[in-house]
Ligand binder design. Structure first.
Ligand code: PHB
Length: 397
């Protein structure tokens, strides 16, 4: 009789635990909320909050609980420890965030082992999603923008010699390789490929060497945020534009939220990227308006915010479809081929095969409009999938 009572009690506990789980889906969110990258984490966090506020009713009665952790920047050890804690102690069912490639790489073995679907909000090195079947990415790849930018640059009149300058870590290497491949396939020649240590704060010596070399075009990649502000200031201070050296890059060198701090930067800089806050699409106008209502007229969302926004859209999709009962295999199946035609960036899709993002790339020109710098979209390359995959086919499984 006593045994029977214990068994009944245990069963009741299991049943009520399942019912409670069905009501709340626990999502671990790893981003950078302190240190030099704090402004980036803040742009993501604001998007996550805004998305939940606007869409909570669409998953009711299920609720989502976001459990935030601060990885403090490109620190793989910290990201790994926090992710481990989220999995074992906090029992999260989904993971998201990850600004930096080394951090995303570091958690691949953990999410494999625990089978936690993980939606990358930012990190852009192509090889990441191959490290685990549990990854899906909604942000971008470095190749997606740098390769077509290299092709475009080679088509410009008088541009025969390029020079690449990148942050010396995985996404910098991807960007360098992608730009050079596009540029040389288009008939150009890359005269120097220089990599700057990650902790570089004084960019003047690097840009002085560029000035001495006098290439027709300079391609730069540094992670967006305050680093981008620093290198753009050096570009302006050393008068490279006046010396006839055309600067090109991905959106990371002219992030929308940094433009108010880039007043000395000359107009006309060309970048390729998947999102500009200036874009005129109705979905983007609604997004920017809602953002400014929530966070103030001087606050601007950037590509970091849009990565976080679409990660939440994908998360809400898998929650809704499973009525809050998150099954890892079913979740990955739901992410494969998921698309959001109403993203602020335009249509965005997760490729069924690669689990990687497919989206428009926009060629943008830095322009001053009503006294404010904006990335004005001037050309669209529709629905670009990661070119790196074409050049590096996945080994057979
Ligand atoms: C990355 O580490 O993959 C990364 C970080 C910041 C960026 C782009 C890529 O702006």
């Amino acid at each position: 009789m006593r045994l029977f009572r214990i068994a009944t009690l245990a069963l009741t506990a299991i049943v009520s635990a399942t019912a409670a789980d069905a009501q709340t889906v626990r999502v671990g969110f790893v981003t950078s909320l302190s240190g030099p990258s704090a402004s980036i984490g803040d742009l993501m966090d604001k998007a996550v909050r805004l998305y939940i506020e606007q869409n909570a009713a669409s998953i009711a009665p299920v609720r989502v609980e976001i459990i935030r952790r601060d990885d403090t920047g490109p620190n793989p050890e910290v990201a790994r420890r926090l992710t481990q804690e989220l999995i074992t102690r906090e029992r999260v069912q989904l993971l998201t965030g990850y600004i930096y490639t080394p951090n995303a790489m570091a958690v691949a073995p953990l999410i494999n082992e625990a089978r936690i679907p993980t939606i990358i909000m930012n990190a852009g090195t192509s090889a990441i999603v191959r490290q685990s079947q549990m990854f899906a990415r909604v942000s971008f790849t470095m190749w997606q923008s740098a390769y077509p930018l290299g092709q475009w640059t080679a088509r410009q009149q008088g541009v025969r010699r390029s020079y690449t300058l990148v942050a010396d870590y995985a996404p910098g290497h991807d960007s360098e390789q992608a730009f050079i491949r596009g540029f040389t396939e288009g008939g150009g020649q890359n005269v120097a490929a220089v990599r700057m240590p990650m902790n570089t704060v004084d960019f003047a010596p690097f840009l002085q060497r560029v000035r001495d070399e006098r290439p027709d075009a300079l391609f730069i990649f540094v992670p967006a945020g305050v680093v981008a502000r620093g290198i753009m200031k050096a570009y302006a201070d050393l008068g490279l534009a006046q010396a006839g050296i055309r600067l090109v890059g991905q959106g990371d060198i002219t992030p929308d939220e940094e433009l108010p701090n880039m007043t000395d930067v000359p107009e006309g800089i060309i970048t390729m990227h998947h999102y500009s806050a200036d874009a005129d699409r109705p979905a983007n106008r609604a997004f920017v308006e809602a953002w400014r209502r929530a966070y103030g007229a001087n606050s601007t969302p950037s590509f970091y915010s849009v990565g976080a926004w679409d990660a939440m859209a994908a998360i809400f999709h898998v929650i809704r479809e499973q009525r809050g009962q998150i099954d890892p295999a079913r979740t990955m199946e739901l992410l494969r081929g998921w698309e959001n035609p109403n993203s602020p960036r335009g249509m965005v899709r997760i490729d069924r095969e690669t689990r990687d993002v497919v989206q428009n790339e926009y060629l943008r020109r830095l322009e001053r409009v009503d006294g404010r710098l904006v990335n004005r979209e001037i050309e669209t390359i529709p629905m670009v999938s990661d070119p790196w995959v074409r050049f590096n086919p996945a080994p057979p499984r």
